[in-house]
Design a protein around this ligand. Sequence first.
Ligand SMILES: C[S@@+](CC[C@H](N)C(=O)[O-])C[C@H]1O[C@@H](n2cnc3c(N)ncnc32)[C@H](O)[C@@H]1O
Length: 217
Amino acid sequence: MLLRIPGVYPPQDDTWLLAGALAEHPLSPLTRVLDICTGTGALALRAAQLGAGSITAVDISRRAVLTARLNARLHGHTVRVLQGNLTAPVRAEYFDLVTSNPPYVPAQDDRLPDTGIAQAWDAGTDGRALLDRICAQAPDVLAPGGTLLLAQSALSGVDKTHVMLEEHGLQVDIAARREIPFGPVLTGRRHLLAARGIITADQRTEEIVVIRGRQHT
Ligand SMILES: C[S@@+](CC[C@H](N)C(=O)[O-])C[C@H]1O[C@@H](n2cnc3c(N)ncnc32)[C@H](O)[C@@H]1O
């Protein structure tokens, strides 16, 4: 069971798809894990349960940081939870596995919310405001041979993520994918996204993809 302070993203299909990919990744007491955009800390805790040795989690939201700390304590795991912007709090460190389920939903405009739960999903008009930054920053905190597992919707450009990660030196493939029904946020944006040509007028599902990028040894 996970505690969740109001305003923090409830773990859902994208969280669990990424958790499944995480479970297939070999983890040991020597594995250093970083979970960027941790929310409740669900993925950080999963890494701890699967045997990772040291776990760091980052979120920009104070409520998420507090929630993730509470959940780590509740489950008896040591997780270093830091408040900050993506990799900024850990810039001088290296990790063997980086996970992230960031905001990736195409929004009304390019303004990123600085409070409220929309901070968990709004990602600019193309949905890539956070994804582009993660593609640029995550390779710099991956140890040699390290792996990035990054979740996103196919509506936000999987090919662009693929290309960007390759440009930053990673070997890229797809770790997991699943078609899921639109949740309330996408349902509310159906007309906007159809008008932009991002979805078809009758579309009611999106594909969630977990992209894996491996740093050379
Ligand atoms: C889709 S939620 C995912 C939460 C959790 N990882 C999960 O899968 O259940 C995205 C999270 O990213 C956080 N976030 C948004 N912008 C951020 C940023 N610039 N740096 C760090 N975290 C950010 C939000 O506060 C939110 O908790």
